[in-house]
Write a protein that binds this ligand. Structure first.
Ligand code: SAM
Length: 284
């Protein structure tokens, strides 16, 4: 069995590096004139930020309690609120959480935001949610995949579902398409150190170089972690076309969708997982 856990000291150092980098991004995202990704003004005016994929997988969220894991500064969390969900967002970046709270105030949408590492969710979230949702750029930051899945499972009510949409490990292996550079493991969970100098939201923005640690997880490892946490997998999708280009490297087709070319075919760019918390056994 693959051991997803990493040395505690290394994990703490990695989390500190990653949090520092996300603090920088949380400060600038949606705040610069050249940001092409987060358009806060149109969001405040009513634009939703969710994509068809996660909306269809989550189903009707009206009157549901929804936990949004790694919520960044809250645009997606609040988009779920606009669809009628009672939302709680979690992120380990204090700046992201603070900005999310301010955005909720600005939009007048009810929402709770909690500062926490998703590998150590607080007990106060236990058993409270119909849905736990996490999307686009989630598990590559997570060293302890088992702890993340246990947290998501712990937060769900019996019969509640985890909806996860994330970058496919096949896409994660690719550094650049032209020239084609494949420099990341497909999975295995081993920490990968890197230095980032910018952000996907505003590639031209000069940001200080910051070290980060990311973790490659294969589809098999993600599904196994969900099962190990006691969740029942109901859906696993691998998607060769996406509405967004999460890493800023994919060509856009005439249909507006982004694909990862592979000879005359395509490799998946996203995967989606729906996994359910067991219903209690009833005795007759
Ligand atoms: C790419 S963003 C996710 C984007 C998200 N779909 C949204 O709604 O904008 C990744 C987020 O994960 C958060 N994050 C990374 N590692 C985390 C951890 N261990 N615990 C909690 N949040 C984490 C970052 O602070 C950042 O806000």
């Amino acid at each position: 069995m693959i051991n997803n856990s990493v040395n505690t000291e290394d994990a703490a150092e990695a989390a500190a590096l990653n949090r520092a980098m996300w603090e920088t991004r949380a400060r600038v995202h949606g705040s610069t004139a050249t940001d092409r990704f987060y358009d806060v003004e149109s969001f405040v005016a009513g634009r939703g930020t969710l994509h068809r994929l996660e909306r269809e997988l989550a189903g009707d969220v009206a009157d549901k309690d929804l936990l949004h894991l790694q919520c960044h500064f809250g645009m997606d969390t609040l988009s779920w609120a606009r669809l009628g969900a009672r939302v709680t967002g979690v992120d380990f970046s204090p700046t992201a959480v603070e900005r999310a709270r301010r955005l909720a105030e600005r939009t007048g949408l009810p929402a709770t935001f909690v500062e926490a590492d998703t590998q150590r969710l607080p007990d106060s979230l236990a058993g409270r949610f119909d849905l736990a949702v996490a999307t686009y750029g989630v598990l590559c930051w997570i060293g302890d995949l088992d702890a993340w899945m246990r947290g998501a499972a712990m937060a769900l009510r019996p019969g509640g579902s985890l909806v996860l949409v994330d970058l496919h490990p096949a896409l994660q292996t690719v550094a650049t398409l032209e020239p084609l550079v494949v420099d990341w493991p497909y999975g295995g969970g081993e920490p990968q150190r890197d230095t980032v100098t910018g952000t996907y939201a505003d590639p031209g923005l000069g940001l200080p170089a910051q070290d980060v640690v990311e973790y490659p997880h294969s589809i098999g490892e993600v599904v196994t972690a969900a099962a190990t946490a006691g969740l029942t997998v109901q859906h696993l999708g691998e998607h060769v076309a996406a509405e967004l280009d999460p890493r800023g490297i994919l060509p856009q087709g005439p249909d507006g969708l982004y694909r990862l070319p592979f000879g005359d075919s395509h490799l998946p760019v996203l995967y989606s997982l729906v996994a359910r918390s067991p219903q209690p056994h009833t005795t007759s």
